[in-house]
Design a binder for this molecule. Structure first.
Ligand SMILES: [Zn+2]
Ligand SMILES: [Zn+2]
Length: 182
């Protein structure tokens, strides 16, 4: 006769020995309470296994962050410089943001051989924002020959709602591209 587990056998969370649980990590098999369990696309896992999986996934170096920032900043400076020069209606701006955002995020990802880090998405967004400002300021300097005073620059940025929408959309694409697990 094979040994069947007894029904009244109690199991407890490995980190919280006072909490009774029957939930197990589907990777390493340890018992865990609902507080310790992390829902993942492949089922409940313990925090250690999730962390281990992420460490394998996040393989970016410090240099990668610099490259991502630079690529996003340069490309969005060009994109914002051009679009700020031409009076594009806001609806058209939204449509333009799709290929521009996809292009910038794809190039940024390729420039680091598709390596990602925990902060890659935010670094990319930082690059887009800085690049957008530089592009707009650069275009003002190019066309007027003067560097805009800060208060005037702020007024231009706030008044031009299209720029904010454009930046938000491109930031959204960059964020998603770096968060996507493929
Ligand atoms: Zn585990
Ligand atoms: Zn626990």
């Amino acid at each position: 006769m094979s040994e069947a587990p007894t029904i009244d056998e109690k199991t407890f969370c490995e980190l919280h020995p006072d909490r009774e649980t029957s939930l197990r990590c589907n990777k390493c098999g340890r018992y865990m309470c609902p507080d310790c369990a992390v829902p993942t696309p492949v089922g409940y896992r313990c925090k250690q296994c999730v962390r281990q999986h992420e460490d394998k996934f996040f393989n970016a170096s410090q240099n990668d962050y610099i490259i991502i920032f630079a690529v996003c900043a340069v490309l969005s400076a060009i994109a914002f410089g051009i679009t700020s020069r031409i009076g594009i209606p806001i609806l058209l701006m939204v449509f333009i943001a799709i290929p521009v955002g996809t292009g910038i995020s794809e190039l940024a990802l390729r420039s680091v051989q598709r390596r990602r880090g925990r902060q890659s998405a935010w670094v990319g967004i930082g690059g887009v924002v800085v690049g957008a400002l530089l592009g707009i300021i650069g275009m003002i300097v190019l066309t007027t020959g003067i560097f805009p005073p800060l208060d005037i620059l702020m007024r231009i940025l706030v008044a031009d709602f299209r720029t904010i929408v454009f930046a938000a959309l491109i930031g959204y694409f960059v964020y998603n591209r770096f968060k996507m697990r493929m």
